[in-house]
Write a protein that binds this ligand. Structure first.
Ligand SMILES: *[C@@H]1O[C@H](CO)[C@@H](O)[C@H](O)[C@H]1NC(C)=O
Length: 284
């Protein structure tokens, strides 16, 4: 707050920013973002990058939204994982010339948190371009977000590109239910990549993106917002298993890097490393 006042006195904060009401922001797996830029994907819909625009296309081919001039955001708008609620995660960056063609992860819906403080917990595997200005992810969420949700677990596929956020309709899931998150490279034409993201065992979660840049950074993540006490997290741990990473030209050599939040007692452990049947545990 002190730096805010100082910035205000120095005339660095423009009135426009001051007048923007807080409720114009809504929670996404990339932090709080402009509500007006969040787009539910109609059933069977897809997303296509067309030059500098992003088209949201309904199942019948109708373009229902165009995010025009979707050029790379300025540095201050770009959100690094550290600036969002990523609290514990494991990641691997593909530096091979062959792109990631498939990235699977299996996990189980945890018990509901014992306390409710309007917190939001996201658990997912995800993939991003090296520029960090997009993310594709099959997400399990507890609590509210731009996609809806509340005091229950639900799944949806999300695609966040620069200032825009797209998600499939959340589907409620049960404690103990198995989730199979899968991201696949469907086609590649030069520097344009077509991807699909879904829970393969839950209908209505598929999200197709055409004409993306290459997605290179794979993660297994726990992200949380508005957590006020440890029991706002589910008890125990979440095991991400069956983690398989393939490249177009074969199986990469993978070593997962972990990030913990020791201050809050959250840890990430690689039980089985590598590109095939890897296993990573996040302990709350
Ligand atoms: C991951 O790879 C292992 C070993 O090839 C295989 O048994 C398993 O079915 C794969 N899992 C998925 C989700 O593809």
């Amino acid at each position: 707050m002190r730096s805010f006042s100082a910035a205000l006195l120095a005339g660095l904060v423009v009135p426009f920013a001051l007048s923007a009401p807080v409720d114009d922001k809504i929670l996404t797996p990339r932090g709080y973002r402009a509500k007006g830029n969040t787009h539910p994907i109609p059933a069977g819909g897809r997303i296509a990058h067309v030059a500098d625009a992003v088209h949201l296309i309904a199942a019948d081919g109708t373009v229902v939204h165009v995010a025009s001039n979707a050029k790379p955001a300025t540095k201050t708008q770009e959100t690094a994982p550290e600036a969002t609620g990523w609290v514990a995660y494991a990641s691997w960056l593909n530096t091979d010339s062959s792109p990631i063609s498939s990235f699977s992860t299996t996990w189980t819906v945890p018990p509901e948190p014992e306390t409710w403080n309007d917190q939001t917990v996201f658990l997912f595997n995800s993939i991003e371009p090296s520029t960090g200005d997009a993310i594709m992810q099959p997400v399990l969420q507890y609590g509210p977000s731009a996609a809806g949700g509340g005091q229950f677990w639900a799944v949806a596929s999300w695609y966040l590109y620069q200032d825009n956020t797209y998600f499939t309709t959340p589907i409620q899931v049960d404690v103990g239910q198995e989730l199979d998150g899968l991201i696949t490279l469907v086609a590649q034409d030069g520097s344009a990549y077509n991807y699909n993201c879904e829970f393969t065992n839950i209908a209505g979660t598929a999200l197709a993106i055409d004409g993306s840049v290459e997605l290179t950074w794979a993660t297994e993540t726990l992200e949380a917002y508005s957590v006020t006490e440890p029991s706002d997290y589910p008890a125990g741990s979440t095991v991400f298993s069956g983690i398989n990473l393939s490249l177009l030209d074969g199986t990469p050599s993978v070593s997962w890097t972990t990030v913990d939040d020791t201050a809050d007692g959250l840890s990430t452990t690689v039980n089985v490393d590598g590109a095939t049947d890897a296993e990573i545990t996040i302990t709350y």
